[in-house]
Design a protein around this ligand. Structure first.
Ligand code: FES
Length: 182
């Protein structure tokens, strides 16, 4: 039994899980963040069709859906790499050299923040304060916060990641990219 009359973008079975979650959450605008999580959990990222569907199904204006989807660094609008690295660029980390870490990772893997390396190995994100400033500078690698980094140690940690193993959720679940709720 569908939650609404709005049809999912495809008959991919994963939409059933999303619809079930939507139904449990009441299928209204208040469920937006949870439903976006459900879509990303199911598909790994949020595409234009998925966002349009969520907008219609929950009766939330598209601008609001896009606003939430781009506000939280947890959400990604692109297919993720095998691993996800979120480098904190908040004040404490910035003071301790976050820019050099971000640049070193970007140069080594040929990826800019918000992108995925060509080989699909690494998605790189920059976030504002991850909430563990005493460990500055910090990155979250596949969900694991790693502190007191140098460019060399950051690259070494990334180099130790297994090739081809898809990380589950994007790193830093719940970490928001601008330090607060929309
Ligand atoms: S500024 Fe980086 S964890 Fe707070």
């Amino acid at each position: 039994m569908p939650v609404t009359q709005v049809q999912p973008p495809s008959d991919d079975r994963r939409w059933r899980a999303v619809e079930a979650r939507m139904r449990r959450l009441g299928g209204g605008p208040d469920a937006l963040i949870e439903v976006l999580h459900a879509v990303q959990d199911a598909f790994g990222f949020l595409d234009v069709e998925a966002l349009a569907y969520v907008s219609d199904a929950l009766r939330v204006p598209p601008a609001k859906v896009y606003g939430v989807a781009t506000f939280y660094s947890y959400f990604t609008l692109e297919p993720g790499g095998d691993h996800t690295c979120v480098v904190c660029t908040g004040t404490a980390c910035h003071m301790e050299g976050a820019a050099a870490i971000l640049a070193a990772i970007g140069a080594a893997h040929g990826v800019a923040p918000g992108g995925t390396s060509e080989d699909g190995h690494l998605s790189l994100l920059a976030a504002r304060c991850l909430g563990v400033c005493s460990l500055a500078p910090v990155m979250v690698l596949d969900g694991e916060p790693i502190g007191r980094l140098t460019p060399e140690s950051a690259l070494a940690r990334i180099a130790s990641l297994p090739a081809g193993a898809r990380a589950g959720a994007a790193a830093g679940a719940g970490v928001d990219s601008r330090g607060g709720a929309p």
